[in-house]
Design a protein around this ligand. Sequence first.
Ligand code: PMP
Length: 433
Amino acid sequence: MIRPGHVFHRKPSGLLPSAQSAEGVTILDNYGRRYLDASGGAVVVNLGHARPEIARAVMEQLSQGYYFHPTMFTTQVVEDLATSLAAHAPLGISRFYFMTTGSEAVETAIKLARQIQLARGEESRHRLISRWRSYHGLSLGALAATGRTSFRTPFAPMFKDSIHIPPPYCLRCSYGLEPESCGLRCAEALEEEILNLGPETVSAFLGETVSGATLAVYPPPKGYWPKIREICDRYGVLLILDEVMSGMGRTGKWFASEHYGISPDLVTLGKGLSGGALPLSAVGVQEEHYSLVVETGGFVHGGTFSHHPACAAAGLAAVKILENEDLVQRARDKGEILGAKLEHALSDHPHVGDIRGLGMMWGVELVKEKETLKPFDRSALVLEMVWEKLFSDGVILYKSLGLAGKDGEGLVVAPPFVINEPEMDMLVSALKG
Ligand code: PMP
């Protein structure tokens, strides 16, 4: 047993087991129970738990010195991490600013976009457009962009100028259209909104390349991002792709934007960037934008723990593991196997409405009625019950809640890339049960 302390948990701490140790895809708790971590926590532990290479790299860096103020010093490890990321990043993304959380990366990207616009002499461009049912974090600036209403409602009066358009979610199209004939109406909504607000007021558009936490994983149709890129270019609006969840190999490519053949102006990373070992996030920008902002007075931003060398050491070790073990390709190959297993086991289930995903990022949408895709009533807490049952059976997934019975809700299946086939079978049969 552990002694309860003074930690401010989101639910009473007596309800939480205490994690004792972890390795690979397995977590052990204080009661000696084993869990198959099939979502890497919150889609964080991409490379498996407790990788000794990462622990060693962090210890080495810590023993050489753990804090140097980022405006006074750079460190080799931070430089090396940025260089390694640039080698895998979408075309033109070549400079990286490091922070700790995904929310911080998103806020930094929003501020950078504004500063790029200012440096271009576009002073009136201050607005950000994002999407409903998106997740970009819960700190105030990131929450203004996040499009899940239940997170926003208590704070809504604080977000006067945040603008959202419908997400690409063909299963429940906001326009009631069919994917074959919709003409990508949800992408056209961006153009409409830009024209409505006045292009001269819009700084950037922000979206998760592949929707994750609040849409139970939804890869947009192939043409969506190229169309969005075209619209942004037409109106001088910057494109920020949030790859906090979908980046670093999770979808079977280093960056999910590769699936769509486009390059953003800014990209955010987090979660799996350090393999989950230490808090580490980043914003990547195009070289021309970096020069523009830095030459016209420097980036008005900062943070005590930005460019932290121990976190960067974890990030660099994680990149090396991805490279040395060919794990991005393996995430692509294993992801296909995982997807096929999920389909085979669950597609006939009366309460599974949809199974979709890319690489090692899958979503299983739960519905009350399969034929009509009618969702469960939120108050029935079905998703919570399914999740609790899986957790007590020793299988950990990630919940993506629907909205008051109107939208779908589902489970995110996103295990560490090192999961093997028997472990996948265990996970799938627990889900089926
Ligand atoms: N962006 C995306 C796409 C995310 O999935 C998340 C976390 N779920 C965030 C931003 C926020 O990251 P953090 O919780 O580290 O602030």
